[in-house]
Structure formats: C-alpha cells, structure tokens
Design a protein around this ligand. Structure first.
Ligand SMILES: *Cc1c(COP(=O)(O)O)cnc(C)c1O
Length: 381
C-alpha cells in the first residue's frame, strides 16, 4: 500500500460519548429548559469543583469570555481608551481583537521557547499606560506563567489568562487558572473539551464574578430561570443596570460540556500518550517545544518547529496527513501590521511551527506513521 492511499490523518477530529450526551440533552428537552440556568448552573458548579477555581460563568464562546473579562476590568479599574495591554502575537486573533473592541491598545511582547509570552520581553514593554498582561497557554502549556504572574503582582498589572487550550492543564498539581485575575477557557468545536461553542470566564474576585454575570446578559440583574423558580410576587421584575452584551451560554451546550468534563482527564491523558510517541519517534533535527516547569499539559496541541515548513506541509499533505499551524504571527495580518518586526522569536516560530495531528481517534500507530512522514519530509525538504 502506498502511503498516500492510507486513511487521511487530520489535525483534529472531535468525538463524543453520544448516548451519555443525548441523555443530558434529553433532560433539557423534557423539562423544557434549554436557555440560561438549569444545565448552565450545573456545568458552572461542575467546573469550579473540577478546577478548584472559586467562580465560573458559562458563556457562548471564549471570544465572548475574553471580551467580558476585558470590559469588566476596564470598567472596574477605570482604564481609559488607549490604555495598553501587553499581549502575544502568537495566538488566535480573538485574544487581540477583544482589546480593540474595548478601545485599548494591544502592545505585542515576544515569546520564549515555550511559544508563550517571555517575562523579560513583557517587562521591556511596560509603560505608564500599561494596565494588564494577556497570557496565552499555547497548546495547554503554562510556559513561564508563574514568573509572569509574579511580574504582574510586582508591577500592579492585571493578568488575564487566555486558557482556550488549557482545559485540564495542571501546574504543580493544581488546575491552572488561580494565577490570574481572570481565566477564560474555550469549548469551541475543535478544542479539547468541545461543546460546539462555549467558554468559561473565571474571575478570582466574587464581586467581579457577580458583575460578569450581569454583563453577559444585557446588564440584567437576575436571570429568567432564577425568577421563574423563585417564590412569591414580582417574579417578573428585574432591574437593568447598564447595557452589557448577549454572551451567556445555554443549557444544551452545557449538557454537552458536562459529559465531556467527566472524561476530560482520561482524554487529556491519551493526548499525552500520543505526544510521548511523537517525542520518541521524531528525529532530533525536529524542533521540540518544551513544557513549562511543573506543568502537566492538557496537550491540546503537539507543536514542532521545522525549517522549510511550507514544503514539509505539502509533503505531508501528499501522504494524506493534514497538520495545522498555531499560529501565524498576528502582526503578519494587515490590521496588526503596524507592530511587525517587534517580536522576532514569534515571527520565527510562526514561519516554522506545525501542530501534528492529535485527537482521540488517532492510534499510537497513526502517530508513528505521522512521525515517519515528518522525518522523511524534513530530510528531503
Ligand atoms: C479558540 C481560541 C479562542 C477563541 O475561542 P472561541 O471559543 O472559539 O471563541 C481564543 N484564544 C485562543 C488561543 C484560541 O485558540
């Protein structure tokens, strides 16, 4: 059998415990509640139990959660338009768009060997207008997050953790997130805990958690489920404090998430096994991305760094293997281009990175086949 006639190997293929998931969804349909409340509350409670984080609010995407995080902090701390947030160019654009939505200035710092923000580069970008740091745990890696958290404490900056890849990541044995003022997870269709769409915004502070619940639903101070299930008169009555957004999650997506969460640790463990196969079978010439000290990653991604990346990608595609790229340096995009050239390590990684296929339907033999193909492609590219 020629290599190209083998089954295609994709970067990511979601899989679901279908009967278990349908049972949770059926509970919503039977009681007639698919909206905010009911399963969203169950999922939030399950999430705080699982992570040990004090608060969790389920929203309809991580993009929405990141926007809420920034909006609530800007409002609470009295940030001005044009104030600066230090962020990474090596991310999905949501991370940086939300800063512009709130009329803040993204200031790009460079990444380290973990492909996460480098504390020394962050420090060099701090000005009198810096208000916060946005840290992305690429692929579930914590990189130098503890040093970044220390730096933020020392310099009086807020820390926002874009944990879109970090569902299940542990740092020194504890679930990641407690290091930041606010941590935002993604449950997008191709993340490691997929609910079609969804996210969790986790504030450390109880007042900000109460605030974000209002901000996610048009500034309304009590949700419909709470009012429907309360006693007495005035069940119809609520107050509106400000405009807010329409960003909360719903019970159907929460039902999917509740089931995925029960299996998350086992699923991530399987991802780490595939990563170990890659680790063992890839040639030494292929650049590895070290995992941060004390980190047990969710292993949402397995990134490697190669020269002639585009040629290597084409050679892999010719063998029916379809990896991904996480991410293109955001300052390559026209709208962030004014910052081009400021982050050479991110630019180099952007030109060299490949995310190898990694999902629950991939076998260890499949991973070995991918390694063989990568090794061959790198030798000839
Ligand atoms: C996917 C992703 C987001 C956005 O998540 P959504 O749930 O799709 O809105 C934000 N940041 C990073 C790093 C991501 O990978």
């Amino acid at each position: 059998m020629s290599p190209s006639s083998a089954q295609p190997v994709h970067l990511f293929r979601p899989s679901y415990r279908i009967d278990e998931t349908l049972d949770e969804i059926r509970a919503c349909l039977e009681c007639g509640w698919t909206g905010l409340g009911f399963k969203t509350v169950e999922f939030e409670n399950a999430w705080t139990r699982y992570t040990g984080l004090p608060h969790a609010h389920f929203v309809n995407s991580a993009t929405a959660g990141l926007h809420l995080a920034i909006a609530v902090l800007k409002h609470t701390d009295g940030w001005r338009d044009g104030d600066e947030v230090i962020t990474t160019p090596l991310t999905f654009v949501s991370t940086n768009h939300v800063l512009l939505w709130e009329r803040l200035t993204p200031v790009f710092a460079d990444v380290d060997a973990h492909l996460c923000l480098d504390p020394a580069s962050i420090e060099s970008r701090i000005t009198s207008r810096t208000r916060a740091v946005m840290f992305v745990g690429l692929g579930g890696n914590t990189g130098q997050l503890p040093a970044v958290a220390d730096l933020c404490r020392r310099r009086g900056l807020r820390l926002i953790l874009d944990a879109a890849h970090m569902a299940g990541t542990r740092l020194n044995g504890r679930h990641v997130g407690g290091e930041a003022d606010v941590t935002v997870f993604s449950f997008h269709a191709v993340k490691n805990l997929p609910t079609a769409d969804g996210g969790m915004v986790c504030f450390a502070d109880a007042t900000l958690d109460a605030d974000v619940r209002r901000w996610s639903w048009l500034g309304i101070d009590r949700d419909t489920y709470e009012r429907t299930h309360s006693d007495g008169a005035y069940r119809w009555k609520y107050d509106v404090v400000h405009t807010g957004f329409k960003y909360h999650g719903n019970s159907l997506m929460a039902a999917v998430g509740l089931v995925a969460l029960r299996h998350l640790d086992a699923d991530n463990e399987y991802g780490r096994r595939l990563a170990a196969v890659y680790e063992d079978t890839l040639d030494a010439a292929i650049g590895r991305v070290p995992i941060g000290e004390g980190c047990t990653p969710s292993q949402h991604l397995y990134p490697v760094l190669v020269d002639n990346r585009d040629a290597v990608m084409l050679a892999l595609n010719a063998r029916n293997i379809y990896p991904g790229v996480h991410y293109r340096d955001n300052t390559d995009y026209r709208m962030y281009n004014s910052a081009a050239g400021q982050c050479p390590a991110a630019a180099a990684a952007s030109a060299r990175c490949i995310s190898l296929p990694l999902h629950l339907l991939l076998t260890e033999d499949d991973a070995r086949r991918v390694s063989d193909a990568v090794n061959a492609a790198v030798r000839t590219a």
